[in-house]
Design a protein around this ligand. Structure first.
Ligand code: DHB
Ligand code: FE
Length: 288
């Protein structure tokens, strides 16, 4: 068995923080809505404190840990693992197309476009089992959508994402690409199957997990963003049926509709078909 390299929290965390900080974000939240949300958050936090009779020592440990998470650049890691799945679920419940899942901290826009069919950028000696991943992008009526974009990014077989590799020298766009569906809405991608992935746990996020005797594993996954003009952008992930940690994802981001079961094709290469169904843009608040 090969050993799985562990991306250091300090390395990939600060890269994720720098990328996030590079893009100033805003929301049009009203003062009334902000007041309602903050009041509820604090009231519910207060209830937990009373329920568990949280001690002063525990409060001080929390304060110290919050400072360390920030100093270590680990907010993107911690938030995307432990909170993002609630946000995603809450925002996607009204839609009927393909289910979404969390984006995680390692998305980079504008990956090279390879048309409707191609092989992901990878190193000559890229490790991992080949995978042909293909399908169709459709609307809710079942019609194929020409020119839909399918962005795919995933970790290598050691669990590293390009551009967040803590100085390992992985090429910039390794295992990241954009595809555009053909006239029938079809795409076909050749890549390698990623391995299960440990979120970086050598820093305060790891301390948090160890403090409740948890584990840092996510099941192997492909990250995707799929959209087309007039259609809702879905950000999602696909997992491998029966794979390790599929039933116990540290990030709580697996949904049963989002699993793949590749089988060898005529050429003996693992292949799987996954079709995406896009909702029309119906409610501006929910356009990601
Ligand atoms: C994290 C990494 C991922 O690849 C992912 O999908 C979600 C979260 C993380 O390290 O925080
Ligand atoms: Fe990921």
């Amino acid at each position: 068995m090969s050993t799985t390299a562990i991306p250091s929290a300090a390395g990939s965390g600060s890269a994720a923080t720098d990328k996030f900080k590079g893009n100033r974000v805003s929301s049009d939240t009203s003062k009334e809505r902000a007041a309602a949300i903050y009041k509820d958050v604090l009231t519910k936090l207060g209830e937990v404190i009373f329920e568990h009779e949280v001690t002063y020592a525990e409060y001080r440990v929390l304060k110290q840990w919050l400072i360390e998470i920030g100093d270590g650049g680990e907010w993107p890691l911690w938030l995307d693992v432990f909170l993002e799945h609630f946000i995603e679920d809450s925002n996607s419940r009204i839609f009927t197309g393909t289910k979404g899942s969390i984006e995680g901290p390692y998305y980079v826009p504008d990956a090279p476009n390879l048309g409707s069919k191609g092989t992901m950028p990878m190193r000559e000696d890229e490790k991992g089992t080949a995978l042909v991943f293909k399908g169709q992008v459709r609307d809710l009526d079942g019609a194929g959508i020409e020119g839909a974009t399918v962005e795919l990014w995933h970790a290598d077989s050691d669990g590293y994402y390009s551009q967040f590799d803590a100085g390992l020298g992985i090429p910039e766009w390794n295992l990241r690409a954009t595809f555009s569906t053909d006239a029938e809405g079809n795409y076909e991608i050749t890549t390698i199957q990623p391995a299960p992935y440990q979120i970086p746990h050598d820093g305060p996020t790891g301390e948090f997990i160890a403090s409740y005797d948890g584990h840092p594993w996510r099941p192997a996954h492909l990250h995707l963003k799929v959209t087309a003009p007039g259609k809702r952008l879905i950000t999602t992930q696909l997992y491998f049926q029966g794979g390790q940690w599929v039933d116990d994802d540290v990030a709580g981001a697996v949904k049963p509709e989002l699993t793949l079961d590749p089988k060898p094709n005529a050429a003996g290469v693992d292949e799987v078909t996954y079709d995406f169904v896009l909702d029309p843009v119906s409610d501006a608040r929910y356009v990601a």
